[in-house]
Design a protein. Sequence first.
Length: 72
Amino acid sequence: MKRQSAYNPQSIKRISEYPDILTVQEASELLGVSTKTIYKLLKEGQIEKRTVGREFKILKTNITDYLGIKCK
């Protein structure tokens, strides 16, 4: 049985409006959590990150993978 996403089409559309590479601030806005929570998820390895200089960059696909949804 195929797993159905718990996210409605409006939420998925909102996700697609964000850039493909997110900052910690953008990821926190997208997920509706604090930047502290994003840093915790990155540290625990629940969301994969890239380091560019001293900043973390997060691929939008890593966020959707974390949420368990597929975006077009």
